[in-house]
Design a protein around this ligand. Sequence first.
Ligand code: NAD
Ligand code: UD1
Length: 313
Amino acid sequence: MVKALVTGGAGFIGSNLVISLVEKEYQVTVVDDLSMGVKAKLATVADQVEFHEHDVCDHEFMHSILDEDFDYIYYLAAIASVADSVERPYETHQVNQESVVDTLEYLRVKGYQPKKFLFTSSAAVYGNYPELPKREDSRVQPLTPYAVDKYASERFTIDYGDLYGLSTVAVRFFNVFGPRQNPNSPYSGVLSIVTNCLLKDQQFTLYGDGSQTRDFIYVKDIVNALIFISEATNSYGVYNIGYGKKHALLDVIRMFEEAAGKKLKIQFAEARNGDIQESLADITRLKELGFKANWGLENGLREYWEYADGKSK
Ligand code: NAD
Ligand code: UD1
């Protein structure tokens, strides 16, 4: 039986990943302190997953879990809100960097050799430089504690590979959307907020004029990419994960309205301070590894709406 550990497995992306790993008949262990995650997201696989409601910063606990000697470790646990990292830089650092390094160090000291240790980073590391598309070797400009910790943890992940022979890889997500994303914070992903507004007939506030572009990617393609990259024996270093296509936010909203068969009530407001105008991934490395996305934006939007609409009834 293949054994996988998913930290942050009760979160948006983590829960989707866990469900896919269970479908592959992996034996899955989840560590999540439920600070943002919700156990109910794993309801359909609850009896097939070993779930630990625990803080990844508790080193002793994590060591006892790591002693199970996993084939794959997917490190998703993080305080994923950029704004929260600005409010609480030291606490978020403990989760977003310290806990990652401690895990890598324990693997090294104990001589464990998972087939892959995969760390999930963010396009936030690129910051505000205008060059597009973003290649993995583009200049980085980590402007917030979140981005600094993601970048440093990527580097630790890769260095533990280069220096100590662990099989490691890091990924940079662009804008992910889909089922199980929590819409309840002002910093939630924009399409989860749009979905909520459409379902509840509420007004949506669009910051800026809607011309800002993003490389949106459906969570099922993200999960497939995570599994593909972790299982590719020749994957190494950092991979961008997006579709390599940029769309204006307003265009995506129009596509979503079409999928939903409903009009969104939009109120325009000043652009958010520090908001990036354009974002686009160069996904050459991912393609060269052999990965091909199946879903795409339109199918993803359609399926996401069907899921959300179905849940609301
Ligand atoms: P999420 O907040 O839904 O998931 C993170 C999970 O980690 C949550 O379930 C939370 O409860 C858990 N967690 C937080 N602190 C913990 C701790 N101390 N101990 C144990 N568990 C803890 O976020 P997500 O969108 O699913 O993001 C998953 C990963 O992908 C994160 O590392 C995030 O930084 C990264 N990421 C996400 C996006 C995106 O568009 N969603 C973009 C770039 C990077
Ligand atoms: C997203 C990620 C961030 C990641 C970055 C990488 C989320 C929540 N954030 O940031 O973790 O580092 O991509 O590229 O997934 N907007 C509105 N109204 C709203 C909410 C948002 O108009 O109610 C606008 C924002 O101003 C922005 C766009 O929608 O222009 C996208 O916002 P958001 O989903 O928060 O993502 P990013 O800021 O791109």
